[in-house]
Design a protein around this ligand. Structure first.
Ligand code: ADP
Ligand code: MG
Length: 335
């Protein structure tokens, strides 16, 4: 048997099955966006790591080094946001082919530095090694969170409403432009989508604010795609999730480009991933209050895209009718 038969999630299960969890109050190991390590009575540390590999996560010809530096940190900050925490320290590990240009490295570091400054994250260490062929970037981020603010994937309750910050599908649209020969398109819509893919907005302030809301029961960030990430909440919480496809927010730029190239907008919004919007479940009776407070604070709409029910799995509805087509997210070892 090979790892491709196991799939990414099967592999993670195989790993977690071999190691025991410490008997420590408040410790959370494998299975959420971050691990949680208790600090003191009030606070816990959040720890997350993510790896970007050349030719898997990015093509060197399709992303400016400055953007790649930014994105490498952004994807980690998104996992801290998804728990409701505040990022503090980053560790950067780089595996580089010996031919990598120093000007490329400088620009990469500038991009990472820009986001680190903006988010008040300190680069605290890392590791450097030679790579036989491709570039690999692995970043670990440590954050801090009040114990009462921790939002896990497993707290969604039947009756909750499901909310999404930002929109879905732009990053997937950007990836299609980049990989289908439209990388040089310079109209505003194309620029927006490519930017969403190469330099995703991270919802750090939004996540930290959502963390303070006791009506929010579960949260995750959209890294693998709405279908897959909603399934993570459904499985961890032991509930079923209904998503109304008509309500999933998509940008004007995505609609324009999808119209031009005949893309399936729903497929991109639900399956493509890397949007780094936050998906969360909250008490239905608090819905209006949360939505208006969010708008007041961030000047953007928080969209209710569905609800949590008794049962299992994720069901998609359009115009009130259940959609038969199965949507999947991204799995690293499956094609
Ligand atoms: P995300 O997409 O939010 O970054 P992942 O799908 O990468 O999350 O990881 C899911 C969970 O599995 C996390 O808790 C992560 O710490 C854990 N995990 C992933 N890969 C490994 C590994 N190689 N060893 C131990 N834990 C892992
Ligand atoms: Mg995540």
């Amino acid at each position: 048997m090979q790892v491709k038969n196991l799939g990414e999630f099967g592999l993670i299960q195989r790993i977690s099955g071999k190691f025991e969890s410490p008997d420590q109050q408040g410790f959370i190991g494998i299975g959420d966006d971050c691990s949680v390590i208790p600090k003191d009575d009030l606070d816990s540390y959040l720890v997350t790591c993510d790896t970007l590999v050349e030719n898997i996560h990015f093509l060197i010809s399709n992303i400016e080094p400055h953007d790649l530096g930014y994105k490498s940190l952004a994807v980690n900050l998104s996992d801290i946001a998804a728990m409701g925490g505040i990022p503090e320290y980053a560790f950067l590990s780089m595996a580089l082919p010996v031919e990598t240009g120093t000007s490329w490295i400088d620009k990469f570091l500038d991009g990472l530095h820009d986001l680190a400054i903006r988010e008040h994250v300190v680069l605290a260490g890392g590791d450097t090694t030679k790579s036989p062929r491709n570039i690999a970037i692995a970043i670990t981020v440590i954050g801090i969170i009040k114990k009462g603010n921790i939002k896990r994937r497993n707290g969604a309750e039947p009756g909750d409403k499901l909310f999404l910050t930002g929109s879905a599908g732009d990053s997937g649209g950007g990836l299609r432009l980049l990989t289908e020969g439209h990388e040089n398109e310079a109209d505003q819509s194309a620029t927006d989508l490519i930017q969403a893919h190469n330099r995703p907005k991270v919802h750090t302030s939004e996540g930290a604010w959502i963390g303070t809301l006791s009506a929010v029961h579960a949260m995750i960030d959209l890294s693998d795609g709405l279908a897959s990430d909603a399934r993570h909440i459904a499985e961890s919480s032991g509930v079923s999730i209904r998503i109304d496809l008509d309500k999933v927010p998509v940008s004007e730029s995505l609609l324009i480009k999808a119209g031009e190239y005949g893309w399936d907008v729903t497929e991109l919004a639900v399956s493509a991933g890397e949007d780094y919007s936050l998906l969360f479940a909250a008490d239905a009776s608090e819905s209006d209050r949360i939505q208006s407070a969010y708008f007041e604070k961030f000047g953007e709409h928080l969209t209710c895209i569905g609800e949590v029910r008794v049962g299992e799995g994720v069901d998609f509805y359009r115009k009130g009718k259940k959609v038969k087509k199965p949507y999947h997210g991204f799995d690293h070892f499956k094609k």
